[in-house]
Design a protein around this ligand. Structure first.
Ligand SMILES: CSCCC(=O)C(=O)COP(=O)(O)O
Ligand SMILES: [Zn+2]
Length: 188
């Protein structure tokens, strides 16, 4: 987890303690503690929680976004890891979509859509969520709206959350949605 987080941090996608990562271990999950630099995580910077509720089990205060991770684990029993980051192009696309009142952003034709592992790589609709200051409200909406067809989501003026069977695959999906958003901004 520290290695994956360091890689994203070095890309400038987890600035100033931004971002959070988790891995499911059975009914539980290891998630990053809140407010820690993701570029230099140690054993003391992860917390054990109940995977599908986010209830704290042991360790320091868990990520403020634990409830979003829990909503994803609850929706997708085969999900093994969740990665949330603040990459600039995805955050800009999410902000623009939110300002335009869009509930999703459609990406078409770019080859890198295939990296998201979606059924139809020619077109993908990525859901956009309002960045409520009440984070459980974001989590509730995630639980209501995600359907398993696209393993990434955008949060307006905030960032991106991706998931998958492993931490590496969730990380790859963050990279793919950021690349897609860069291409989207270059071509729209
Ligand atoms: C410093 S960024 C504001 C909080 C945030 O969006 C984030 O991703 C990190 O929150 P955490 O509680 O997981 O450190
Ligand atoms: Zn965040």
């Amino acid at each position: 987890m520290a290695e994956v987080a360091r890689g994203l941090y070095q890309r400038g996608w987890l600035d100033g303690t931004a971002g959070n990562l988790s891995v499911r271990i059975g009914d539980q999950a290891l998630i990053t503690a809140s407010g820690r630099s993701k570029g230099e995580l140690t054993d003391a910077d992860v917390v054990l929680v109940e995977a599908e509720t986010g209830a704290h089990i042991s360790g320091p205060k868990p990520s403020a976004e634990t409830c979003i991770h829990a909503a994803i684990y609850k929706a997708f029993p085969d999900c093994g890891a969740v990665v949330h980051a603040h990459p600039p192009y995805a955050t800009a696309v999410a902000a623009r979509a939110m300002a335009a009142g869009q509930e999703s952003v459609r990406f078409t034709d770019f080859e890198i859509i295939k990296g998201l592992g979606v059924a139809d790589p020619h077109a993908v609709d990525v859901l956009v969520f309002t960045n409520w200051s009440d984070v459980p409200r974001i989590a509730a909406e995630v639980g209501e709206r995600v359907d398993g067809s696209v393993p990434v989501l955008l949060i307006g003026h905030h960032g991106v959350t991706a998931w998958g069977p492993t931490l590496e695959i969730a990380r790859n999906r963050v990279e793919c949605i950021e690349a897609l958003c860069r291409l989207h901004l270059l071509t729209n």
